[in-house]
Design a binder for this molecule. Sequence first.
Ligand SMILES: NC(=O)c1ccc[n+]([C@@H]2O[C@H](COP(=O)([O-])OP(=O)(O)OC[C@H]3O[C@@H](n4cnc5c(N)ncnc54)[C@H](OP(=O)(O)O)[C@@H]3O)[C@@H](O)[C@H]2O)c1
Length: 181
Amino acid sequence: MAALAGSIWRRSTPGCKVLILVFGKTGQVATELQRSVDVLALGRDQADLSDPFACVQAIRALAPRAVINAAAYTAVDQAEEDEGLATIINGDAPTAIAQACAEMQIPLVHISTDYVFEGLGEAPWKPGDTTAPQNAYGRSKLAGEEGILGSEAVQPLNYVPFFNRVSGTGGLMFRAWWGRM
Ligand SMILES: NC(=O)c1ccc[n+]([C@@H]2O[C@H](COP(=O)([O-])OP(=O)(O)OC[C@H]3O[C@@H](n4cnc5c(N)ncnc54)[C@H](OP(=O)(O)O)[C@@H]3O)[C@@H](O)[C@H]2O)c1
């Protein structure tokens, strides 16, 4: 992720207010990004993903060169009782963010999860594999992917990386599969 963010940063041009805008400030991925790359990270108090339009407004106001969505409803067990909210945060908000990025013609990095797959087998998942989420968290994350990839927001620079584990001890990602769209 840091390498990808760095390559986006290098492609940035002068004159913009913010180079890379990150949604999420306190999470594992957001923390590593802030440690590795020069980004502006917005916490929940600045952009709450339960209000997707607030995220759109932040993108429009800050006019970044790229956006990384590192915020998500990640409480897998709690999502079973809270699927509506999880779907707004993991589904509606990323969709709105992608549309705002498309409107501003900037790339979006969004992080998926192996929970969108059925979870059987030994082989690493590939971006084109059939999705079959087995729980509310997986369904909410898949809603976000479908919202991003299935809309007019899709551009060549949109990525949906698939992680099954993130470790934050200096390196950022392990066993990641990148789907370049
Ligand atoms: N960690 C992994 O092993 C792993 C594996 C696969 C995929 N992923 C994906 O990677 C991304 C980042 O995961 P992570 O591990 O960094 O998650 P995390 O450590 O659980 O952090 C989640 C982040 O999302 C923020 N957030 C939650 N609800 C929010 C809301 N309504 N508005 C704004 N911010 C909100 C949290 O802020 P607060 O502190 O305010 O709650 C926190 O900063 C997610 O898309 C996740 O699905 C992670």
